[in-house]
Design a protein around this ligand. Sequence first.
Ligand SMILES: Cc1cc2nc3c(=O)[nH]c(=O)nc-3n(C[C@H](O)[C@H](O)[C@H](O)COP(=O)(O)OP(=O)(O)OC[C@H]3O[C@@H](n4cnc5c(N)ncnc54)[C@H](O)[C@@H]3O)c2cc1C
Length: 249
Amino acid sequence: LESVAEKVEGGFLLNGFKRFISNGYSADMAVLFARTPVDGNSKALSAFVVEKGMKGFEVLRRLEPTASHDLVEFRLKDLKIPAQSLLGPLGEGFRVAMQTLELMRVSVGAAAVGMAHAALQEALAWAKSRVQFGKAVSEFQGVSFQLADAATETEAARALVYLAAIKKEGEAGDASIFSSMAKLFATEAAFRCIDRAVQIHGGMGVLRGSRVEQLYREIRPLRIYEGTSEIQRLVISRNLLKKTQRSKG
Ligand SMILES: Cc1cc2nc3c(=O)[nH]c(=O)nc-3n(C[C@H](O)[C@H](O)[C@H](O)COP(=O)(O)OP(=O)(O)OC[C@H]3O[C@@H](n4cnc5c(N)ncnc54)[C@H](O)[C@@H]3O)c2cc1C
């Protein structure tokens, strides 16, 4: 993270560049994070609210991922914002970001469950109606077992997402690990479920415009944004190891 906010008379002066900003084209306001070196911590982050139309806040271009998504790059060039645009205490942006990520990771997990469920419904309907070698393809065990695996993984993902949502509401302080687990498992499972649905559709599954083809493109970014699957594994393993150290000490 390279954007920097410098404290100036009456507020802050922001400079930097942001890539991959969701809803950046249609939103009127944005929350952004910038380095605000404070005593002894040169890497401290702070969160700020900025508004479109402010001088120095410029949307550079729209980006086109695999599926439709309002995504932009923007530049901050000598963007002067008032002191009250600071969100939370100065230098506490990392905590603000983590709290937001805990929530967003659960919601990305929930979106993945919805997409896996949709793919399963498509696959079930297709498998029952498509006839090959004199019978519905659902009667081939190679197909019906894929449906069974997809349904099982979808329900396991759903249960983990619900658990992570409960943890986020709770007071135990374990929301971080559960939101990462939910995001990791649900997005990876949904990707597998949607891939199976495409496979069950045969050639029809890869034709542009079919529902499963659309889901196949739509699910892909979910394993990347709000932290890649690898970063979720990092969060989970660090949480586990920290807990083990604490219980030893
Ligand atoms: C559709 C879309 C919407 C997005 N919306 C937003 C948004 O609104 N706001 C925002 O801030 N960002 C947004 N992003 C950015 C997104 O969060 C990042 O793309 C994502 O976190 C990965 O960062 P990166 O692209 O820099 O990949 P990199 O960090 O360059 O990672 C490249 C590869 O290396 C792996 N890797 C990196 N570090 C480690 C590590 N320590 N251990 C193991 N593996 C590692 C990654 O998992 C990945 O496989 C969006 C991205 C997309 C695709």
